[in-house]
Design a protein around this ligand. Structure first.
Ligand SMILES: *Cc1c(COP(=O)(O)O)cnc(C)c1O
Length: 480
């Protein structure tokens, strides 16, 4: 079995095996006429369950043949122009080259002696990102597994900086449409169940600064401690950007940590036409960026940045076998000193190669294109009597619902929209997401594929309307 290890004797086999795998994916991607086959859970479970894991096939080609059946045939393909659902992007080629390189070399970024150049590359990219944000000379940060982990780490630092023994007194302020990882983090950090205060949003789904101001004042008057404000720069549901300058001002007044969750909106950092929408982000104490959302990077690629690199010490622990304290004095750069993880992928390489091949403007142009597309989609929806659309997009998200001319029962409209989403998924013709707005079911396009055209949007809107009408027609028949 040694022939299956990547060693100096198997370089040729490695080249062949990986090429075979790449070949299968390339063929699938080139041939996919839909984003999904519509396979059911039961049907696919039967295929996966039928594999006997204790009887290996012994051969890459055979395993790949099997993989076609258990995975590649029925996967949900984000590169397809009619995949319009979640915050998943098609990925850029330099990043895929990076992915292949980093997993084969298999550097682990925790310590210099497991990584060397990888450590320096990651550091350069952290500095580059911090500079784009405008965090100042003391900034630092680290790559993470995703926005969830970045938010957790940022809030850990905020909790430590709040310098309060009494965790029950700490409060975190985030808008009612902030990401659920804020609440999850609060729980993991030992805060009280009521610690996360939900701040109302305006019609455009942006945090109301007047409401935040009132909440902060009440918090102080009640003898509680405002630990952090989480401003979202690109909400997951709407792409709305909280008013960062006003929020920053309040944070300064109440000496509160400002965390900006830019997991989605970070793509604006490289946009030449929309960078101003992030104005105020430079006041943050910490920032979450998900390159795997709006920088067209494969999962995972994410980072947390901080204004004051010293605060990262709150996550620093030393182990004799790994990163003994003396190494700090010897100025050996061990990234584990800054990270919640220990063994950690060299995800930074993907972004590095992307910047070296395409440049920041190249990525920003792609993101600008999907923002343009969303603006166009919004005009189409606003002019379409079949649809109600919620907010004009700040990024690339559209939230809307089908509204039949004849039906007035809001519950029936909800059911029709839910049905349309499910029917569309089952057909595999397109994939869209859904969410609730004021208690009612809506549908959502998250546009991250520059290959999607307005024609695709128009076609998918027709498909949705068709499914919804069919549902309402059928339920009318049942009622008669
Ligand atoms: C996606 C998202 C997250 C979570 O990021 P993951 O990479 O999925 O862990 C956090 N905040 C916002 C606003 C997001 O859109």
């Amino acid at each position: 079995m040694r022939s299956q290890l990547l060693t100096h004797t198997t370089a040729e086999r490695y080249r062949r095996s990986v090429t075979e795998g790449v070949e299968r994916v390339a063929t699938r991607i080139a041939a996919a006429d839909r984003p999904f086959t519509g396979v059911t859970v039961d049907a696919l479970s039967a295929v996966v369950d039928a594999v006997d894991l204790d009887r290996p096939l012994g051969d890459t080609a055979a395993a790949l043949d099997e993989l076609e059946e258990v995975y590649l045939r029925d996967a949900v393909y984000f590169h397809h122009p009619r995949y319009l659902a979640h915050l998943n992007c098609p990925v850029v080629l330099p990043a895929l080259v990076g992915e292949a390189v980093l997993s084969a070399v298999n550097s682990s970024l925790d310590t210099w002696d497991q990584s060397a150049g990888g450590t320096l590359i990651e550091r350069r990219l952290i500095d580059w990102t911090a500079e784009r944000i405008g965090l100042g000379p003391a900034a630092d940060g680290v790559f993470t597994s995703g926005g969830t982990q970045s938010n957790l780490q940022a809030l850990l630092l905020a909790r430590e900086e709040a310098k309060t023994e009494d965790l029950a007194k700490l409060r975190v302020f985030a808008s009612e449409v902030s990401h659920f990882s804020v609440r999850k983090s609060a729980k993991l950090l030992g805060l009280a169940p009521e610690a996360v205060v939900s701040v109302p949003v305006d019609r455009d789904k942006r945090m109301r600064t007047a409401a935040l101001s009132r909440e902060l004042e009440e918090c102080r008057n009640a003898g509680l401690v405002p630990m952090a404000v989480v401003a979202t720069a690109g909400t997951t549901d709407f792409g709305s950007i909280d008013p960062l300058p006003g929020i920053a001002e309040l944070c300064a007044r109440y000496a509160t940590w400002l965390h900006v969750d830019a997991a989605y909106g970070c793509g604006l950092l490289v946009s030449r036409r929309r960078r101003d929408r992030l104005a105020g982000i430079e006041h943050a104490d910490s920032v979450t960026v998900d390159y795997h959302k709006s920088f067209f990077q494969p999962v995972s690629s994410s980072a947390v940045l901080v204004r004051d690199g010293d605060t990262l010490r709150h996550a620093t622990y030393h182990a004799e076998y790994l990163n003994p304290r003396r190494m700090v004095a010897e100025r050996i750069p061990n990234q584990v000193d800054k990270s919640l993880q220990t063994t950690r992928r060299f995800d930074a390489l993907k972004l590095w190669l992307t910047l070296r091949v395409m440049g920041a403007d190249g990525i920003g142009e792609l993101f600008d294109e999907v923002c343009d597309l969303a603006a166009e989609g919004w005009r189409m929806l606003a002019a379409d009597p079949r649809y109600d659309v919620v907010v004009a997009p700040s990024l690339s998200t559209l939230v809307f619902r089908y509204i039949p001319a004849a039906v007035t029962d809001p519950a029936a409209v909800d059911r029709a929209n839910l049905y349309a989403r499910k029917a569309l998924f089952a057909s595999g013709d397109a994939v869209v997401a859904g969410t609730k707005v004021n208690g009612r079911h809506y549908l959502k396009f998250t546009l991250l594929n520059p290959e999607t055209r307005t024609d695709d949007i128009a076609a998918v809107l027709d498909l949705i309307a068709g499914h919804a009408e069919q549902y309402l027609g059928d339920s009318l028949d049942r009622a008669c």
